[in-house]
Design a protein around this ligand. Structure first.
Ligand code: DGY
Length: 372
């Protein structure tokens, strides 16, 4: 597979063309209108059939269309297809009006949607779980290795031409091993959130030598003990248990944040949590930036309360500049929200987003519907 030309295409700064759009079939003005806030690629677009039964309005640039564009184009729409960067709230729904049948998001996360406002108007929600599980779990393991094995710091040494001054030495650049070893025969992975992506990450960690798993659930929900025991046996773990956050912080060698964002999990990893973690432990965030207090994490890394961190998401993204506290900490590997970014996965997500939409428009069951 060759790299598409858009591989590293930056997002243009200019706001000069905020009204640009592709009206795929502008002559079909009186037909049901579909508004799509990104070009979702040929595979997904081909699923909107028959083309001459819909007016399709699609933003054509490789950057967010912005709220004004949605407000301008959504009135009268029957379907709105969005991505994680498009906020859908009461204002957008009011502008859309009573024709709107579905909001379909090309994402598993839905913090950008006002779910209550959408559902209370009788509008359905489509989302894209499962298709991205493997891609995200892969990146979580990579971030764990990067955090533990000092990858960002040591790559900087090479990039900055400093390797010749270090050479090789028995204990130079050493970090904690991810899995068990004769020195540490048990290694525990802790998960904040224990859904599909967390379990896929855990199954990848076992060949690395993780022996034990603990996880925390949202307060009030009970663990499924039979499921946990079955999972423990299948995965060949020494133990697998649901614990409170306090124990999770204290006992984990690697903490993985894989819970939904939003108010209930806001800054769940804060100074109090980080101070309880082991000095050799690492933290990985593959969920949403809002779960981590960035200033507290930067302080924890600077003052060496924990070993390192790997984050694919940061609160306030994409406005994360080199002077951001986490980017300044070389023991923190920071990625620009790429966990699901394999071509295969993104095609799968885009395709599912359109399939969800088409199901509603043609009166069929939605393949993946968000039901709260
Ligand atoms: C999602 O689907 O919610 C991801 O964060 C996008 O990569």
């Amino acid at each position: 597979m060759s790299k598409p030309s858009s591989f590293v295409q930056p997002i243009p700064n200019s706001n000069a063309q905020t009204n640009r759009l592709t009206t795929i079939n502008s002559h079909l003005r009186n037909l049901p209108k579909i508004v799509v806030t990104r070009d979702l690629g040929p595979e997904a677009s081909a699923l909107i059939q028959p083309k001459d039964s819909f007016e399709i309005i699609q933003w054509s640039e490789n950057r967010a269309c912005g709220r004004d564009w949605i407000l301008k184009n959504v009135p009268g729409a029957v379907a709105l297809v969005v991505t994680v960067v498009d906020k859908v709230d009461a204002g957008i729904l009011d502008a859309a009006g009573s024709n709107l049948k579905i909001v379909s998001t090309m994402s598993v996360g839905y913090e950008h949607l006002d779910v209550q406002a959408i559902l209370s108007r009788g509008i359905r929600i489509g989302y894209t779980p499962e298709v991205l599980t493997d891609a995200v779990a892969d990146i979580c393991v990579m971030l764990a290795l990067m955090a533990g094995r000092n990858v960002r710091e040591t790559m900087h040494i090479v990039d900055d031409g400093k390797w010749p001054s270090f050479g090789w030495a028995p204990f130079l650049f050493c970090g904690p091993q991810l899995g068990a070893s004769p020195v540490s025969p048990r290694r525990t992975a802790g998960f904040i959130g224990f859904g599909r992506i967390a379990q896929a990450t855990l199954s990848r960690l076992i060949p690395f030598g993780i022996t034990d798993c603990i996880y925390s659930k949202s307060s009030g929900s009970k663990p499924d003990l039979d499921r946990d025991e079955a999972l423990r046996k299948t995965m060949g773990l020494q133990s697998l248990r649901c614990v409170d956050l306090d124990e999770l912080a204290r006992e984990s060698d690697a903490v993985f944040i894989l819970a939904p964002g939003g108010a209930p999990t806001y800054h769940v990893v804060n100074e109090e949590f980080l101070r309880k973690m082991k000095k050799t432990a690492i933290l990985v965030n593959g969920a949403r930036g809002s779960l981590v207090d960035s200033d507290a994490l930067a302080k924890a890394l600077r003052e060496k309360w924990i070993w390192g961190a790997g984050v694919d998401v940061v609160e306030g993204e994409p406005h994360i500049t080199p002077d951001h506290p986490l980017v300044r900490e070389r023991s923190c590997a920071v990625l620009p929200h790429i966990a699901s970014a394999t071509t295969e996965t993104r095609v799968g997500m885009a395709t599912l987003a359109i399939e969800n939409m088409m199901a509603v428009l043609t009166g069929k069951p939605i393949p993946k519907e968000l039901v709260i």
